[in-house]
Write a protein of this length. Structure first.
Length: 157
């Protein structure tokens, strides 16, 4: 593979990685929105963010599918490609994308933890309500015992 071919592939990869970075930044914003919504229990916001996130993920996967072969070829010819102007800048952008993915995954883990905590709190509240209901039912029986039938009156009279 000659330098012109490598330059063309590097330019193609640079354009793809820039597109991915733009999508990843949007995804990071959505991940933060989801985290806020999960912390506050805003189910509607969670659902809307998830739908938008799915759209972005589809675009990201499409771009990644197109870049896979280019990245592999550049990797196979790394020594020659590293001498091409702009190679190190593109690799820095690649690392930036990897860092963004790590940040998004970290935010997602925090969101999942907040949702799990909210689910535990919900279950605890339900259990507390059920215990309270049972206690009130027992208390009601003590305060207002069932009325006995008027059998005594019926017998005398």
């Amino acid at each position: 593979m000659n330098d012109d071919d490598l330059q063309r592939l590097l330019d193609q990869y640079a354009a793809g990685i820039e597109a991915e970075l733009n999508l990843l930044r949007q995804l990071a914003d959505i991940a933060r929105q989801q985290h806020e919504a999960s912390s506050t229990g805003d189910v509607l916001s969670l659902q809307q963010a998830a739908e938008h996130r799915d759209e972005i993920m589809r675009s990201l996967v499409t771009i990644e599918d197109g870049l896979r072969a280019v990245r592999q070829t550049l990797s196979d010819h790394r020594e020659s490609a590293s001498r091409i102007e702009g190679f190190h800048r593109v690799m820095a952008r690649h690392r930036e994308a990897a860092d963004l993915v790590s940040d998004i995954l970290s935010t997602d883990r925090e969101s999942l933890s907040a949702l799990a905590d909210a689910e535990l709190a919900r279950r605890s509240a339900v259990a507390s309500l059920e215990r309270g209901e049972s206690t009130l039912a027992c208390y009601r029986r003590v305060l207002a015992p069932p009325v006995a039938s008027a059998t005594l009156v019926n017998r005398r009279g």
